[in-house]
Ligand binder design. Structure first.
Ligand SMILES: Cc1cc2nc3c(=O)[nH]c(=O)nc-3n(C[C@H](O)[C@H](O)[C@H](O)COP(=O)(O)OP(=O)(O)OC[C@H]3O[C@@H](n4cnc5c(N)ncnc54)[C@H](O)[C@@H]3O)c2cc1C
Length: 592
């Protein structure tokens, strides 16, 4: 997909190749991490350009500094990502050398074994990885090995973007303040062409196999049976760079990209978003390529889609500024919020057994394929925080374990926002039933993931407890037997409870952080204070929640038609009776 080379460029390349052949051979190590791709890979590209023999390396870092090392579905994705990338490299006359151990010690040993004099990598953005990389860089340089590092993970690295005084005055919230800071730096650079050929050493250094790393290991039951929990993940996704490029291309050429500006992107029953997040997460797809391809091929309808990439960079920026935001509330006063502790209810949420079909469908989709659409992530996060009053950290941990695109920066950023304590506070609350009018208006998403409700008509598929018993019986649903009873009967009371918990913070320990306008303020690491946009419910200090979603017209109880046999028969009886007793209604009224 990156633009092809012109004739002149090809000629230059040939000349360069000749020059390189005459030069004394050097060897370069390319340390690959979350950038397993040939296209727009600055480290790989530059190592190739300098004519060196290239040793692409992946290290299972046994002193991984991340507080959230890869696990669950994301780790499984990484397994396939490595396998696919090794295959791609083999197509370029190279291969992936796999090692396990401390990153610095492993690279130093590999350099000694291969005679490599330089190491290339694309810079990570998580503070703990940046720190490790700095240490590796310093130590290698002290030992005479050159290090070349590049921007290759985001559009704008966290240390580049600086929100100006204007942003501080206007306040942080949403993504606009950050995007403005990025745009002052100019547009992202254009993606580099895919590497096609890599110079191989005469003898490859020893390597583990991808399987040796153990990322694909499945639990084994006592009797020896392997629990292959990833079968549906394999079925859903085409792993690796080829799958990534295909998914991006499919999205760009589909109707979905042209309609992304509209509310269609909220729909969960069809593929209305790009569904590329795991590829982006593991660097199988470069965000620079997405940016430029979207601009070039989607045209003026690409704005909302491109905005997504700024949300991503904003999450990294936030983690960079507040390295403990994956555990500690960004608005510190919310560390004192009162949360629920019902472990059984949490488990029901995790496993899609809340009795709210939309929530259950999304959580089951997540469990099955490691992914759910953005809109549904808001629905289930809202349900956990606003209705169950459970701490956002529980949601963060579950997503970290189950998402194939699990990314500590984005996951923490989004859950903090959902949990009231982030830079942004969602100015909406998704209702677990009414949200379906945007994302599942025909009920097909629920029917796919909660098949026990597949025979219910749309008027009831999102709220089976409201269906007449006769209808439930004809749809073969007995609540409590075939599908779960609701975990929360009174949604409004539940919301009032979590609303009150926030108001208690604002009236108590949080009072010094509340500005006269009702928004809250927060101190930045540089000591400055900034206004944070705060949800209207809290700004107003309202006794009850203000932001509410309403039902779809079609689900209005008075408009619901009963279509089961028994109800149709009863309706027929009623009609016949009324035809033969035209004054019956008046007589009944007189009886009241
Ligand atoms: C509670 C919660 C937790 C989340 N956790 C993660 C996570 O761990 N990893 C993750 O990649 N996304 C996360 N997201 C963001 C978002 O839901 C996914 O990126 C999106 O659903 C991916 O689908 P897509 O590829 O079709 O996205 P599209 O809408 O087509 O967007 C294209 C790309 O932009 C990026 N993007 C989109 N939305 C966001 C966003 N809100 N923030 C940052 N980047 C975004 C992703 O890389 C995505 O692939 C989370 C959202 C919520 C509400």
């Amino acid at each position: 997909m990156p633009e092809g080379l012109t004739k002149a460029q090809k000629k230059n390349q040939k000349r360069k190749q000749k020059r390189d052949e005459q030069r004394p051979q050097t060897t370069a190590i390319v340390w690959l991490r979350e950038d397993l791709r040939l296209h727009d890979n600055p480290a790989l590209h530059q190592a190739t350009q300098c004519g060196a023999i290239v040793i692409p390396v992946y290290i299972k870092d046994e002193s991984d500094p991340s507080p959230w090392p890869l696990r669950g579905a994301a780790l499984y994705w990484k397994y396939w990502s490595l396998k696919c990338f090794d295959n791609s490299l083999r197509g370029c006359g190279s291969r992936l050398t796999l090692r396990r151990g401390d990153a610095l010690a492993t690279i130093a040993q590999l350099a000694a074994d291969t005679g490599a004099t330089s190491v290339y990598w694309n810079r990570a953005c998580e503070p703990w990885n940046v720190e490790r990389d700095e240490h590796v860089k310093e130590s290698l340089q002290m030992n005479g090995i050159q290090v070349h590092d590049f921007k290759g993970v985001v559009l704008y690295e966290p240390w580049e973007a600086n929100p100006d005084d204007n942003a501080h005055r206007a306040g942080f919230g949403s993504v606009g303040f950050f995007r403005a800071a990025c745009e002052r730096l100019g547009e992202p650079s254009k993606p580099l062409p895919a590497v096609e050929k890599l110079k191989a050493p005469l003898l490859w250094p020893a390597s583990l196999t991808v399987d040796d790393l153990g990322y694909q290991r499945m639990p084994v039951r006592k009797g020896g049976e392997v629990v292959d929990w990833a079968a549906s993940i394999r079925q859903r996704w085409e792993f690796g760079e080829a799958g990534a490029l295909r998914a991006l291309d499919e999205f760009i050429t589909s109707d979905a990209s042209q309609k992304f500006e509209s509310r269609q992107r909220f729909r969960a029953d069809r593929k209305w978003t790009a569904q590329i997040s795991p590829y982006v997460r593991f660097g199988e797809l470069s965000s620079r390529l997405i940016y430029w391809e979207a601009k070039r091929r989607i045209g003026h309808n690409c704005q909302t889609f491109i905005r997504r990439l700024f949300w991503r960079d904003l999450a990294y920026w936030t983690l960079w500024k507040f390295p403990s935001c994956h555990t500690e509330p960004l608005r510190p006063q919310y560390a004192h919020q009162r949360w629920g502790t019902d472990a059984a209810a949490l488990k029901k949420w995790q496993r899609g057994r809340t009795g709210f079909p939309l929530v259950d469908a999304a959580m089951r989709q997540l469990w099955a394929i490691g992914w759910m659409p953005n809109y549904l992530r808001h629905v289930v996060a809202g349900f956990l925080v606003e209705y169950m009053n459970m701490h956002w950290f529980e949601g963060f941990k579950w997503f970290d374990y189950t998402l194939v695109d699990s990314d500590v920066a984005i996951n923490a950023y989004m859950w903090q926002n959902g949990g009231h304590s982030g830079l942004d506070q969602w100015n909406f609350v998704m209702h677990p039933v009414y949200a379906a009018k945007s994302c599942d208006p025909e009920g097909n998403y629920v029917r796919q993931w909660v098949p026990e409700l597949r025979h219910l008509p749309v008027e009831y598929v999102h709220c089976p407890w409201e269906a007449p018993v006769t209808l439930l019986a004809s749809a073969r649903v007995l609540l409590g037997r075939d599908y779960y009873r609701r975990t929360i009967d009174d949604l409004l009371a539940a919301r009032r409870n979590s609303h009150k918990a926030v108001i208690e913070v604002r009236e108590g320990v949080g009072k010094p952080y509340v500005l006269a306008c009702g928004n809250e303020k927060m101190q930045l690491p540089d000591g400055r204070w900034v206004r944070l946009i705060t949800r209207i419910d809290y700004r107003m200090m309202a006794a009850n929640p203000v932001t509410v979603q309403t039902a779809a017209d079609a689900w209005n109880k008075s408009k619901r038609r009963l279509l089961d046999q028994m109800s149709l028969a009863l309706a027929d009886e009623q009609r016949i009776y009324h035809q033969s007793h035209p004054d019956a209604d008046e007589e009944e009224k007189a009886d009241l």
